[in-house]
Write a protein of this length. Structure first.
Length: 448
């Protein structure tokens, strides 16, 4: 992976030396002798990475870093420092620098760091572009991801949205069922009419009946005037019933009639009211199992699920976690009026390893808390909640038989790490704390 890189150092031999090595690796490289000239170039050009010395005339590397973080926070900044200014380099990391190197620079390690920075920057930009594309072209709003499981869901959404078919969205709590319902509505011909939402589990039977179907004046104590229900209010549009599995048998009967005949009466009323409503329902229960137990009407079940959408749990689409993390970091940084934060590879690996029983909602809440509490602009593993820093998984335990040659132990450990990383060699190299080239050499050596 190659990038557009700016090298800033007042020592000509250092900046030209780094430039030479980077150009050998096919990077596009520009140079500047001080912070002021560098910033003029940065305003005019979109660089992926800036490599800057901390101590320079006119404008220091620290000042340059602050300006980059404010004007172009997506640029990754790597700082260079002499042995006597390491404390300043560490301070720069807290202010948002991606990494630092002491002089003389270890070129091999610098190249590895550049590759890692480019990958993270590209992930962030892919997330932004994907989100923009979904919002502008498909109306998918905050649905983020390009894993196969979520792609399949979105493909079905695009197919069924233009129809009038009732849709049942199934999935664990926090997987984004409401976002899918939003997408279906805004991709349909009903998008200019109302999308009304009702959380069925939040209301008891009588309140839910009145909420859905409305009531006439005097129909019950406290009914001081007539009220339209959600079906009337969503006429011509879409009604989204969340947690449909929680409704009582009486509500099930009334709901079935609306789906079959497209008409109903208000509570305490005798006049039939006709409506044209597209119904989308959602549940975190196994409704078919509830049907078998006699808790849910079979005829209503099949009316609700003309089309069924199963939303994958976050643990089933872990390749989307980096995109989601970066999106949430950006969202909550802006919301809390903080500079856009970055996250270290180790912290990201811990987030990827966690099973997320609360799914995307839990991930969002965790990232919001981290952004609020983190003092610098770089999120490290130390900023993660304790349960994420100490998480361990049985499948991550690596055991060996006694008496094996060291080469066989190493081979098995690499295989185990690759399996843990889902075959992702970049992630495996990061977990093993070795360079990608070293990993490839080991794979060739062991015939893996």
């Amino acid at each position: 992976m190659t990038g557009n890189i700016l090298v800033v150092d007042d020592e000509k031999n250092i900046r030209e030396g780094i430039q030479k090595f980077l150009e050998i690796e096919k990077h596009d490289v520009d140079t500047a002798p001080d912070g002021e000239k560098a910033f003029e170039k940065i305003k005019a050009e979109d660089y992926d990475i800036v490599i800057a010395d901390l101590k320079m005339p006119l404008m220091s590397g620290e000042e340059l870093l602050e300006k980059i973080n404010f004007f172009k926070p997506y640029i990754k900044v790597i700082v260079l420092t002499g042995h006597g200014t390491i404390e300043n380099a560490v301070a720069s990391m807290k202010k948002g620098a991606y990494d630092f190197f002491t002089k003389p620079v270890n070129i091999d390690k610098l190249l590895i760091t550049i590759q890692r920075a480019l990958k993270e920057k590209n992930l962030m930009m892919e997330n932004f572009q994907l989100k923009q594309q979904l919002e502008e072209k498909y109306g998918f709003e905050k649905i983020i991801g390009h894993s196969e499981p979520i792609k399949k869901v979105l493909d079905i959404v695009k197919q069924v949205a233009p129809t009038r078919a009732s849709i049942l969205i199934e999935g664990e709590s926090g997987t984004g069922k409401e976002l899918i319902a939003n997408a279906i509505h805004y991709l349909s011909e009903r998008k200019n009419n109302s999308l009304i939402k009702v959380h069925c589990a939040a209301l008891n039977e009588n309140l839910l009946e009145s909420e859905l179907f409305g009531h006439e004046k005097g129909s019950f104590t406290g009914a001081l005037s007539s009220k339209k229900g959600r079906f009337e209010l969503s006429d011509g549009g879409t009604l989204f019933l969340d947690e449909i599995g929680e409704i009582s048998s009486m509500i099930q009967v009334k709901l079935l009639r609306v789906l079959q005949e497209r008409e109903f009466e208000r509570v305490g009323g005798a006049k039939s009211i006709k409506v044209d409503v597209r119904l989308i329902s959602a549940t975190n229960r196994d409704l078919l199992e509830e049907v078998k137990k006699g808790n849910f009407r079979e005829d209503l079940y099949y009316r609700l699920k003309v089309v069924s959408l199963k939303i994958p749990a976050l643990r089933e689409r872990k390749s989307d976690i980096p995109l989601l993390v970066n999106a949430f970091i950006r969202e909550f940084s802006e919301m809390n009026h903080k500079p856009i934060m970055t996250i270290t590879p180790k912290a990201l690996s811990l987030l990827e390893a966690y099973q997320w029983p609360g799914n995307i909602r839990e991930l969002s809440n965790v990232i919001e808390g981290i952004v609020v509490l983190t003092k610098g602009t770089v999120i490290t593993d130390k900023d993660l909640p304790e349960n994420l820093r100490t998480v361990s998984h049985a499948k991550d335990v690596f055991s060996i038989d006694m008496g094996l040659p060291m080469s066989e132990v190493e081979k098995r450990y690499i295989l185990s790490t690759l399996e843990f990383s889902g075959g992702n060699k970049s992630k495996a190299a990061r977990v093993l704390d070795i360079g990608r080239k070293t990993l490839h050499r080991k794979l060739d050596e062991y015939g893996i």
